[in-house]
Write a protein that binds this ligand. Structure first.
Ligand code: 5AD
Ligand code: SF4
Length: 453
């Protein structure tokens, strides 16, 4: 979502004459868009700011002004404190106020021109008006695949997570606004949309008749847009997978058979302490229901190891759940204590070395599953949407329905095309294959030959 937000900030500033630059050294303005989700991401901000301060000083010595703005969730969480700790920062703004950037920039300029020592511009409220009502239509070069935020914020309050505090309450954009943005993107050449939200399947935007619309119905509506080939969405919560969304996976061919559905832990005790609102059994049932609607659906997941109070047997329960589901892809993290969240104050924090050991075991198992998943593609065919040209002449690189990168010799094709590809080789981070010609039968001896070559 920060990628999406950064692009939108650049667009808001374009009418003022700003355009994205190559680096901070010759920039009139630098916006640091920050993430607060784990301590490591958060810590990076101040070290990066130190570097920007040096650049600002050097440019000032050459008579050039540099506006430094810090946006995103660290800015939201730190607020005033950031202006105190880094007084050379001109603007601190939260994720819900960036539509007001032009006005903030003007204020920052006025303050610095007045020559008075000023404390910087701070905009970290949660305005009643939605920023989306004030943003221009997306118009930057998006390529073939683009992000589209449809939902923001979260009311779930998992006990480890800062999102409800930094992104604010759950909010869904109206259907017409989403459709309008999607249509503009597709008119500009986009063929694949990834719908974004911290809790994307809690989406409940209103349609023009004022009726609430869920994610399943939104996907159906978007799939009617001529030229839109693929729809993905992230990140979902197991509790918000409803019947309509499951049905949509069975009915809407554009909805890709690949779903990020984080469970965090496989232990009921830990899930309860995390306030996830579901147990391992109900998660597994949800996966089963989705698989019955769309048998080729593959799953990816987020895991946290070392949540306070996590015992060896809790951790084993997570490994068991992983063995049951068999993931195509996964992201795993050591629990990171976040100030202000309930879990930060919980007893029985897990020692760092235990977290390290558990993370290594968890990742080894997940790596096995990811490799198995990728290797299973060898000898199969899939639709590949070409996203960019490859290193060699005539080569294109695209994505499989499962978001795997696929390298193909396809001199007669162009970026934005979709083609049927026979997968021949499988590397850890990409696949390679050849075009299956129209009418070429399955099990073609030429393909068999290529496989055994
Ligand atoms: N510590 C570790 N991982 C976290 N995540 C969120 N908060 C924390 C935390 N405090 C992870 C979750 C979430 C992903 C985006 O980041 O797994 O799904
Ligand atoms: Fe954070 Fe996701 Fe839980 Fe919301 S549902 S509190 S965003 S982990």
């Amino acid at each position: 979502m920060n990628v999406y937000d950064s692009a939108r900030m650049a667009e808001v500033l374009a009418p003022l004459g700003y355009a994205p630059g190559d680096g901070p050294e010759d920039a009139d303005m630098v916006i640091l868009n920050t993430c607060h989700i784990r301590e490591k991401a958060s810590d990076k901000v101040y070290s990066e700011l130190g570097r920007l301060r040096d650049i600002k000083d050097q440019r000032a010595a050459e008579g050039q002004q540099t506006v430094i703005a810090v946006a995103g969730c660290v800015a939201q969480a730190e607020g005033e404190e950031m202006l105190r700790r880094a007084p050379y920062v001109d603007i601190v703004l939260g994720p819900q106020t960036y539509h007001r950037l032009p006005e903030m920039v003007a204020r920052a300029h006025r303050a610095s021109q007045s020559g008075m020592r000023h404390s910087g511009v701070l905009e970290t409220d949660f305005p009643l008006e939605s920023k989306f009502d004030h943003l221009p239509l997306q118009r930057q070069e998006n390529g073939v695949s683009a992000f589209l935020s449809i939902q923001e914020g979260c009311d779930k309050f998992c006990t480890f997570c800062v999102v409800p505090y930094t992104r604010g309450a759950e909010f869904s954009r109206p259907v017409a606004q989403v459709v309008q943005e999607a249509e503009a993107l597709v008119a500009g050449g986009v063929r694949e949309l990834t719908l974004l939200g911290q809790n994307v399947n809690a989406y409940h935007g209103t349609d023009t008749a004022g009726r609430e619309t869920g994610l399943g119905s939104l996907a159906r509506r978007l799939s009617e847009i001529d030229g839109l080939m693929r729809i993905r969405y992230t990140t979902s919560h197991p509790r918000d997978v409803d019947e309509d969304l499951i049905a949509a996976h069975g009915e809407v061919p554009a909805l890709m058979p690949y779903l990020h559905l984080p469970v965090q832990s496989g232990s009921d005790r830990i899930l309860e302490a995390m306030n996830r609102g579901h147990d391992a059994e109900s998660y597994l049932r949800t996966i089963e229901r989705l698989r019955s609607a769309r048998p080729d659906l593959a799953f990816s997941c987020d895991f946290i190891v070392g949540f306070p109070g996590e015992s060896d047997s809790d951790f084993e329960a997570t490994l068991d759940l992983i063995r049951t589901v068999e993931y195509a892809q996964a992201y795993s993290f050591k629990y990171s204590s976040r100030p202000g969240t309930p879990a930060a104050g919980m007893p029985r924090q897990v020692p760092e070395e235990v977290k390290d050991e558990r993370l290594a075991r968890l990742q080894a198992l997940l790596m096995e599953q990811m490799t198995t998943f990728n290797e299973a593609s060898r000898g199969t065919t899939c639709e590949v949407l070409f996203e960019r040209t490859g290193r060699h002449e005539g080569q294109l690189v695209g994505r499989s329905p499962y978001n795997q990168a696929v390298h193909v010799e396809a001199p007669a094709h162009a970026v934005g095309d979709m083609a049927t590809v026979f997968i021949e080789t499988c590397k850890p981070h990409s696949l390679a294959g050849c075009l299956r010609e129209e009418g070429q039968p399955k099990g073609d001896p030429r393909e068999e030959e290529r496989l055994s070559a």
